[in-house]
Design a binder for this molecule. Structure first.
Ligand SMILES: Nc1nc2c(ncn2[C@@H]2O[C@H](COP(=O)(O)O[C@H]3[C@@H](O)[C@H](n4cnc5c(=O)[nH]c(N)nc54)O[C@@H]3COP(=O)(O)O)[C@@H](O)[C@H]2O)c(=O)[nH]1
Length: 897
């Protein structure tokens, strides 16, 4: 899941956004602060300018007032001078004159004049008493002594009780000669000034003060907080003092008032040349009130902006949070769905899926696990894995260690146990499980039950090396065992024997009793041999009725006959299969390592050869391989390779053996017998090559040639006067199986023009028994052609009499093995007699083969046999010889009797 990354991403975006807004707000704040600071400076400057202007303006106004007063004083001084000049001052007139002037001066409430001695002599209005007190003051001496002293402002007189200051503007009065005549005073008080002062708008907590050059306040607006008018209070401001000390007559300062504690911007200015100074102060609070208002508005705007941006940020953050929450919910739902899907997949999986934590305890266990191992989920969760069988703990632990410590994914085949203790084969894939932090916290295992597959593999492996029927080792395995035995023999100076067994007449058992009886017999034989061989020896089935035993660790080959005797004894006891008592015998061939060969294939071939020699020797015996066998084998090989060429080169010829009627002594037929005129070996008899032709399949074209040649010869003879002669032709079982026999017979008859009734087809009993239905079908078709059928070598096989009926056979040929000893052997005689009786009862003709003397002939005649053949009459000869014999015989049928 990518959730942490999404969250981090969103977190980064929020932080970035918040930072941007913060920076924006800081910038706005800084701008606003700077702007406010600048505005404040402006306001301060404006206040300074304003105080300067106000003090200037007020000082001018006061100076104008002083000038008006001075004009009045000058006028009065002039009047006094004129009156002195005209005889002296008339007090009444002069007072009246002064009163006139006073009336024109609204800000003056008394005009008083002294004489040259300082006595207040004239005047009207208020404050006469103060004028007397002024005499002796510094200004007085100035005015008296300086004729040009101009307007002089007297020292203020403070009335502490009233809180008022009284002061006077004075001018020297002269006599006509210019000498000092007295002083004219215009009285004014702080109240007058306060009117002027209060006319100024100095704002809240502003101040307008008139003070003396000794820093004594003469008038102040507004009054002090305690109601005092402040006159007489001394200004203590060090800054003001310093400024005065520096000789400045005007300046603008910022200071905190020592009288009322208010901070102000103040400008002061000396009024003309008077000792009076005017001070205008605008309180910081006042001049900054607007600034503060603007600041407040700016602050409000800023905070509105800030709040707005914070709101936007919060909204954006919340929105992001909501979206993130939604996304998380979506992701969680997707995770839940995925988990649910995983749960369903895991639980419905046909594969066993379980998980274990780091300590090896089971943390998950699906239904397939329950089915596969037999433990329910509730039983195993939180417990160690119960499926590890005893002895496999270390293996399981090693897997777990590799996954957890080396982070390996393991796929392996293991054996585990079910609840009932049975073992099952599994293919397991194991991989580490990690938590959200990426740490390994356990592992997952997915297991499939491969017990059946493993069993099948084992079975395939077994079958690859064993025979399916008997479960004995097969040729592959026995070869391996031989190699091991040979290697051991090399080291120890020992011998190894390959003993090749072939069951005698097994084919007949198979054919007569069926394959299942044959199979059961082979199983039983295998079992007996198995129980007889030593542990170090190996018995195997080579196929069919062939067995091979590897006898290991032989010190001497002399021991082998006694070992074979042991086997023979074991096999001599009859077998009981499916209700049949089956006595068996074996033909055995033996080849020795290293004497006869150094490899398995060579020795097997030689043991096989030796086995055939045992067969040739009459079966139920054994033969050791000798080199002569090899020579014979080579002959056979040459025969095999020469057979095909023989047909192409026309090396075959037919010899004919006469068949005699016992009743007439006349030749009634001829058995066609093939011969091979080999370019080097001369005339080769069929016993040497027919079985090879059968093995190779060449018997089919060879048999076709025989049929055609026999028919051709039969017709030729018939045309030459050998009439009514039956030509008997031997058929091989291969011709039934591989060839289109009926078609071949028809062709032979058609091509030759032979009378089908003169063609006799000889079949051995084994031909009849193999593939019965197929052979029956073929034979019925052949019979339909009107050809005759005879059973060759009758009495040697396992044929059933019922077949004889079904086959519609014409003749039984009694095998020569019964015939040749007929005279001496009562058993043979009995057999021959029985066959003749059976044939008679079935209305079949009998023919006895192998009549070698006249006694046999006589005995057969006496027994009622119909026909006979044998060397007593004639050996098989070529067509020319046969014809000669025939002609000779026909003329004197009883010649040999
Ligand atoms: N499928 C085919 N089989 C054929 C053909 N030609 C011959 N054969 C079979 O080969 C076997 C050997 O035959 P052969 O060497 O020719 O021997 C035959 C006779 O010579 C021999 N015989 C006849 N009379 C006597 C006798 O008095 N004593 C004695 N020891 N041998 C004798 O018997 C052979 C004929 O036997 P049978 O066929 O059973 O009648 C042999 O099995 C032939 O069948 C062929 O063309 N096709």
């Amino acid at each position: 899941m990518q959730l942490p990354n999404l969250s981090r991403l969103r977190g980064n975006m929020v932080v970035r956004m918040a930072l941007s807004l913060l920076i924006l707000n800081v910038a706005i704040f800084a701008l606003a602060a700077f702007s406010l600071y600048e505005t404040r400076i402006q306001y301060e400057r404006r206040a300074e300018v304003e105080t300067r202007n106000l003090v200037q303006s007020l000082a001018s106004k006061i100076q104008a007032d002083f000038h008006t007063i001075d004009l009045a004083l000058l006028t009065i001084a002039d009047e006094a001078e004129r009156q002195y000049d005209t005889g002296g001052i008339d007090k009444a007139v002069f007072d009246a004159f002064i009163e006139q002037q006073l009336a024109r001066l609204p800000k003056v409430d008394g005009l008083w004049a002294t004489d040259a001695d300082g006595r207040v002599a004239y005047g009207v209005g208020l404050a006469r008493e103060y004028v007397a007190a002024l005499v002796g003051d510094g200004h007085y001496a100035l005015l008296r002594n300086d004729a040009n002293s101009g307007l002089v402002v007297s020292k203020a007189i403070i009335d502490p009780e009233k809180g008022q200051a009284q002061f006077f503007l004075a001018r020297r009065m002269n006599y006509l000669d210019g000498t000092f005549a007295g002083i004219i005073y215009a009285h004014t008080g702080s109240a007058q000034f306060i009117k002027n002062l209060s006319a100024l708008d100095v704002g809240s907590k502003g101040v307008v003060s008139l003070f003396n050059d000794d820093f004594t306040i003469l008038a102040r607006y507004p009054a002090l907080a305690d109601g005092n008018r402040a006159a007489g209070v001394r200004i203590a401001s060090p800054l003001l003092h310093e400024t005065f000390a520096a000789g400045k007559s005007n300046a603008t300062l910022r200071s905190v008032s020592d009288t009322d504690g208010v901070e102000r911007v103040v400008s002061f200015r000396q009024i003309g040349d008077t000792p009076l100074n005017l001070l205008v102060g605008i309180s910081t609070e006042s001049y900054l009130a607007r600034w503060k208002k603007e600041s407040a508005i700016t602050s409000v705007i800023f905070f509105v902006v800030l709040s707005f941006s914070l709101s936007i940020l919060m909204y954006w953050g919340l929105r992001k949070q909501m979206l993130a929450k939604k996304k998380i919910e979506q992701v969680n739902r997707a995770i839940d769905a995925e988990n649910e899907m995983n749960r369903i997949i895991v639980h419905s999986s046909p594969l066993a899926i379980y998980t274990r934590d780091k300590n090896g305890l089971v943390t998950a266990w699906n239904q397939a696990c329950e089915r596969m191992f037999g433990w329910a989920e509730a039983e195993v969760i939180g417990t160690p894995l119960p499926t590890v069988p005893p002895g496999k703990e270390d293996e399981s632990e090693e897997f777990r260690r590799q996954i957890l410590e080396r982070d390996r994914t393991i796929q392996t085949e293991v054996q585990r146990q079910r609840r009932d203790g049975t073992l099952i084969d599994l293919i397991v894939t194991m991989a580490a499980l990690r938590n959200a932090a990426g740490e390994i916290e356990g592992y997952l295992a997915i297991a499939a039950d491969i017990t059946e597959r493993k069993a099948a593999e084992k079975r395939v492996e077994f079958l690859a090396h064993h025979d399916t029927l008997t479960e004995l080792p097969n040729r592959l395995l026995v070869r391996d065992r031989f190699n091991q035995a040979a290697a051991y023999a090399d080291r120890e100076g020992k011998k190894v024997a390959l003993v090749f067994f072939d069951l005698d007449h097994f084919k007949a058992i198979n054919d007569s009793l069926g394959h299942s009886v044959g199979d059961d017999l082979l199983i039983e034989i295998a079992s007996r041999l198995k129980s007889t061989v030593r542990l170090i020896d190996t018995i195997s089935r080579q196929g069919g009725d062939e067995f091979l035993i590897v006898l290991s660790n032989l010190s001497d080959a002399d021991i082998i006959p006694s070992i074979l005797g042991k086997y023979k004894k074991k096999l001599q006891e009859p077998f009981y299969i499916d209700g049949n008592e089956l006595p068996i015998s074996m033909s055995i061939g033996v080849a020795l390592y290293p004497d006869d060969g150094m490899d398995f294939d060579t020795l097997l071939k030689k043991a096989d050869m030796a086995m055939y020699r045992a067969k040739d020797a009459g079966r139920n015996t054994y033969r050791f391989f000798d080199e002569q066998m090899n020579v014979e084998a080579m002959d056979q090989l040459l025969i095999r390779s020469g057979l095909r060429r023989a047909l192409e080169r026309g090396e075959f010829e037919l010899h004919y053996e006469p068949q005699i009627s016992l009743a007439t002594g006349k030749i009634v037929g001829a058995e066609a017998l093939i011969r091979w005129r080999h370019p080097e070996q001369g005339l080769v008899h069929p016993a040497k090559f027919i079985h090879i032709a059968e093995e190779s399949g060449l018997i089919v074209p060879i048999g076709e040639w025989v049929l055609k040649e026999a028919c051709r010869q039969g017709v030729e003879w018939a045309e030459q006067g050998l009439e009514g002669l039956t030509i008997a032709v031997n058929l091989s079982v291969m011709q039934f199986r591989r060839g289109d026999l009926e078609k071949t017979v028809i062709q032979a008859l058609d091509e030759s023009g032979m009378d089908p009734r003169l063609l006799e087809l000889e079949l051995t009993e084994s031909v009849l028994i193999q593939d019965v239905e197929n052979v029956l079908g073929s034979m019925h078709e052949l019979k339909a052609l009107d050809v005759k059928l005879s059973i060759d070598d009758f009495g040697t096989g396992y044929s059933s009499l019922s077949y004889l009926k079904r086959l519609d056979v014409d003749k039984l040929k009694i095998d020569k093995s019964f015939v040749c000893d007929l005279v001496r052997d009562a058993d043979d005689r009995a057999i021959v007699n029985a066959i003749i009786q059976i044939a008679r009862s079935l209305n079949l003709t009998t023919l006895a083969e192998g009549v070698e003397d006249v006694k046999i002939y006589a005995a057969l005649k006496e027994m009622g046999c119909d026909e006979c053949q044998g060397f007593y009459f004639s050996r098989p000869g070529n067509a020319k010889n046969f014809k000669a014999y025939y002609l000779d015989r026909q003329d004197n049928p009883l010649k040999m009797m």
